[in-house]
Design a protein. Structure first.
Length: 380
């Protein structure tokens, strides 16, 4: 039994998290969810060990629901009807690791190409897998520099390329054009290739945008990874990876004592997060997801307009919910928990964000700039 001091520590932690949760706009984690209907499942040691599409000896699991979640995203990503497979991961990093793992098994001598705006975890994944790689320049928007990629591919035409495409970079939500990259490789007569799309944030809504970004299987991708806790929302980091089934078959192994196939990164896998994602998809439906992205896009545009009217150099990429602006004061960054890298900061207008919050952030940013200008006049 916990004593009074331990209970007080938990109460203090809860209050700190509650306050921080209410005023965070710098990191991609949607907060408008309610999973109380699922609390009863926390009394079980739920474990989706093994392949979600194969039976297993352990029966305290949610594979049926996991399969439905994967099928939803496979359809969203326009995966080939009879040639897709996937599972619920611990997050985008695991999904990206899985895509690169499949690419390595398909093209063991391949070279990975990714832009300098790629998430920091990718370099770590490549180190784990022992894969050769080349970093490509990025455009000012954060999108990959296609001319630099083309010239680099030409130099290494004897090595099969593995393209790691960003479908929403960390700081500016820039999206690499997969179809354009495929066309480029066709022109260079590069037939052996693999394309993985890291759609951690954007994958939850990219399929509902107009124009639709070029990122999925019909555009030429061989695998796509998305985070579940970012746009849909979950209290536990999670994600989904979808890949061409014929490539997954290369790594599958039968494991007798679990009565299933070993096709995933980890052995034991979370069985609660598939249930949460299933619940969220059923609760929202396609219409609800469309409404969420429309809300976020409208408020992101409103934030850019307000800051630009105040002569703040704010901008966003087309159909992005990430708003970029010059770094404000450290105090303001701490208050709103704004992510900052080099010469830019950003706010992410997720579906839980209200117009009042956007206006409050804009007011703070404008006041911060005015305070700096006043100080410059006095001491400059």
């Amino acid at each position: 039994m916990l004593g009074p001091e331990d209970r007080a520590r938990l109460d203090a932690l809860f209050e700190r998290m509650r306050v921080s949760n209410d005023i965070s706009m710098g990191y991609p984690a949607a907060k408008d969810f309610d999973y109380r209907d699922l609390y009863r499942f926390l009394q079980f040691p739920v474990n989706n060990i093994g392949d979600p599409f194969a039976d297993a000896t352990y029966r305290v699991e949610t594979r049926e629901f996991e399969r439905e979640v994967v099928a939803f995203f496979a359809e969203l990503f326009r995966a080939p009807r009879d040639d897709w497979w996937g599972y619920v991961t611990n997050g985008g990093t695991e999904g990206n690791l899985y895509g690169l793992y499949l690419a390595r098994e398909m093209l063991p001598n391949g070279m990975v190409y990714y832009s300098e705006q790629t998430h920091y975890s990718v370099a770590k994944n490549l180190h784990f897998l022992g894969m050769r790689h080349i970093t490509i320049r990025s455009l000012p928007s954060g999108e990959i520099d296609y001319e630099d990629l083309r010239e680099t591919l030409k130099i290494h035409r004897d090595v099969p390329p593995i393209i790691f495409a960003n479908i929403g970079t960390t700081m500016t939500e820039a999206r690499d054009d997969v179809r354009r990259i495929i066309h480029m490789m066709d022109e260079l007569a590069i037939r052996q290739r693999y394309v993985h799309s890291d759609a951690a944030l954007s994958g939850g809504y990219a399929g509902f945008l107009h124009p639709r970004p070029s990122y999925d299987f019909e555009d030429g991708a061989d695998s796509v990874a998305v985070s579940g806790h970012k746009f849909l929302g979950a209290p536990i980091p999670c994600g989904v990876v979808v890949a061409r089934k014929r490539n997954v078959s290369r790594i599958a192994r039968a494991i007798d004592y679990i009565g299933s196939l070993d096709t995933t990164i980890s052995g034991s896998r979370n069985g609660i997060t598939p249930l949460m994602l299933w619940y969220r998809i059923q609760e929202l439906g396609v219409a609800g997801i469309r409404k969420r992205i429309e809300h976020s896009l409208e408020l992101a545009g409103h934030l850019v307009d307000r800051l630009q009217r105040a002569s703040i150099d704010a901008w966003r990429n087309p159909n992005a919910i990430t708003v970029v602006f010059p770094p404000p004061s450290p105090a303001l960054r701490a208050k709103w928990q704004l992510a900052t890298a080099g010469s830019i900061s950003h706010a992410i207008v997720l579906p839980n964000v209200t117009r009042e919050q956007v206006d409050a952030l804009a007011d703070d940013l404008i006041a911060d700039v005015q305070s700096k200008e006043a100080t410059w006049k006095i001491f400059g």
